[in-house]
Design a protein. Structure first.
Length: 228
């Protein structure tokens, strides 16, 4: 995690070689909405322990929804993007462990309020001085709320984390220009971060558990593109 933050800082400094270059010019705004998959990244590898059978615990994630409101601050040739995101995920964990007596299912609804901060490399500037394509890399904070429902026999105890953070990367594009100067496009974002759920099968001794997502959707960008 520290390496990711340091790397992001270096990228930021590369785009800010002078005070003049770091002065935000002509900020523009985006609203986004789409689908996602992720949330809790559960442990799927029990081959390293003899205490748990491979099929004792399994997880399944349904398609969720996300929406965002972002501001983009141009910095010379590239830009900084931040804002507020909301994402909802629903997951089902199935327990089939006769050895310890955990048999049943657990449904976990995860609502996440997120703040991303990314450095955007702006590409395809022939007809768009701000770039019709952006490659994004940066840091993301998550504030988490959970709704948990158990079905079946008494299941393992669990704990959750209200805060998580990690590394995010993505692509956004605005190829379609509207008559009013605004633009329509799409985004694809990915994330991998710290642990938000803990139980008997998702302990800190395992490497897999954490938080992650992949989201995709439609983006509407406000603000006329000014030619340089």
């Amino acid at each position: 995690m520290k390496k990711a933050i340091i790397g992001f800082s270096i990228l930021f400094l590369m785009g800010c070689t002078s005070t003049k270059l770091c002065e935000p010019r002509h900020p523009y705004y985006r609203i986004q909405a789409g689908l996602n998959k992720g949330g809790i990244t559960e442990n799927t590898d029990f081959t390293k322990t003899t205490d748990i059978q491979p099929d004792a615990f399994t997880g399944a994630t349904k398609i969720g929804l996300n929406t965002s409101s972002h501001i983009v601050l141009p910095l010379k040739q590239n830009s900084i993007e931040t804002g507020f995101d909301f994402m909802y995920n629903n997951q089902k964990f199935t327990f089939n462990d006769s050895h310890v007596g955990y048999n049943g299912s657990r449904n976990v609804g995860t609502s996440q309020f997120m703040i991303p901060i990314t450095y955007n490399f702006n590409l395809l500037k022939k007809n768009n001085s701000l770039g019709s394509l952006q490659l994004k890399v940066g840091y993301l904070m998550q504030f988490n709320l959970f709704s948990v429902t158990d079905n079946g026999a008494p299941l393992t105890d669990y704990s959750t984390s209200g805060f998580s953070n990690g590394f995010t990367i993505g692509v956004s594009a605005t190829p379609f220009k509207m008559s009013n100067g605004n633009r329509l496009g799409f985004y694809i974002d990915g994330y991998r971060g710290s642990k938000i759920y803990n139980d008997f099968y998702n302990r800190s001794i395992y490497e897999m558990p954490g938080s992650s997502f992949m989201k995709i959707g439609i983006m509407y960008q406000f603000g006329k593109i000014k030619k340089q």
